[in-house]
Design a protein around this ligand. Structure first.
Ligand SMILES: NC(=O)c1ccc[n+]([C@@H]2O[C@H](COP(=O)([O-])OP(=O)(O)OC[C@H]3O[C@@H](n4cnc5c(N)ncnc54)[C@H](OP(=O)(O)O)[C@@H]3O)[C@@H](O)[C@H]2O)c1
Length: 262
């Protein structure tokens, strides 16, 4: 990747982006910017700025990774300077129209990654404004590839869906792991055993899935013998409306994503 890149915001997400992208392209081509110089030092950024305007001058492509609450102040500093740049926003709840108006920019990609980008195993849903060229779309795909799997959506509303599905998704699995751990403790296992039981059940299942030999549905069938223990547990979940409750939870997350945009 030859195009110079600037990441503004070196927190959880910006830091993770920097670490993964710095492996995929020359470090001299990526600038990291944060108002807190200590964060830049911790990430050993080769090119770094504490001023967003300097970072925006450096990059041809600018990734915005600040909290939505910090966006308006940042946009004031950057207004008008991004007209010819490709801007990629990973901020939750800020629409393409609002990004464009507030930044005075045209070429905008709105992306929704999840935290697993830290491990290069994220899911990133994204949409480009009509001013983004084919080449810039291809560049975005290239940038996203070291972070995990990218999915381009054609309607902006689908970004809210991605937010509720894969954006919040890791928390759903962690929640289940936590329930399993709590139950293991209640069944008499020590704290360390309960953690092994819960965490490695998820990790082991993920590895089976990752092997690509079967789909989730097929693996579930493979471990569910008729009339057996797993079947009894899953029937209990179904009979008590777990599926519907889970779908409703995702709809609730999507609704919240919409509300946050207002
Ligand atoms: N965390 C997730 O799982 C997740 C998933 C998808 C999308 N996102 C989005 O990712 C974005 C970043 O989230 P995060 O959890 O990484 O936030 P974070 O840890 O708070 O990082 C944001 C960083 O940007 C800095 N900053 C604020 N204003 C700045 C400015 N004008 N110039 C330079 N740096 C500035 C902040 O400094 P201060 O702390 O000093 O203000 C902070 O270090 C959010 O918009 C969020 O919606 C997060």
């Amino acid at each position: 990747m030859n195009r110079k890149l600037a990441i503004i915001g070196a927190g959880n997400m910006g830091g993770a982006l920097y670490k993964r992208l710095a492996r995929a392209m020359p470090k001299e081509h990526i600038a990291l910017c944060d108002t807190d110089a200590k964060k830049l030092a911790r990430l050993s950024a080769t090119v770094s700025f504490t001023n967003a305007e300097d970072a925006a001058r450096f990059g041809k492509c600018i990734i915005l990774a600040v909290k939505p609450q910090a966006f308006h102040a940042l946009a004031k500093d950057l207004f008008g300077s991004l007209e010819k740049k490709l801007v990629i926003s990973i901020m939750a709840g800020i629409s393409l129209a609002s990004l464009s108006k507030t930044l005075g920019a045209k070429k905008i990609i709105r992306a929704m990654p999840n935290l697993a980008i830290q491990e290069g195993a994220g899911v990133i849903g994204w949409i480009a404004s009509s001013f983004v060229t084919k080449e810039e779309n291809a560049l975005a795909r290239k940038l996203f590839s070291p972070l995990g799997h990218e999915i381009e959506v054609k309607k902006e509303e689908m970004i809210d869906s991605i937010t509720a599905l894969s954006g919040s998704g890791p928390a759903y699995f962690f929640y289940l792991v936590n329930l399993l751990e709590t139950k293991a403790r209640a069944m008499g296992f020590s704290e360390s055993s309960a953690r092994i039981i819960s965490e490695h059940t998820l990790i082991g299942s993920a590895k089976l899935l990752e092997s690509g030999k079967k789909s989730a549905e097929e693996w579930r069938e493979a471990v569910t013998s008729k009339g057996g223990t797993t079947s009894a547990a899953l029937s209990h979940l179904k009979e008590h409306g777990f599926d519907m409750l889970f779908y409703e939870a995702i709809d609730t997350a999507k609704k919240r994503a919409k509300e946050l945009q207002k």
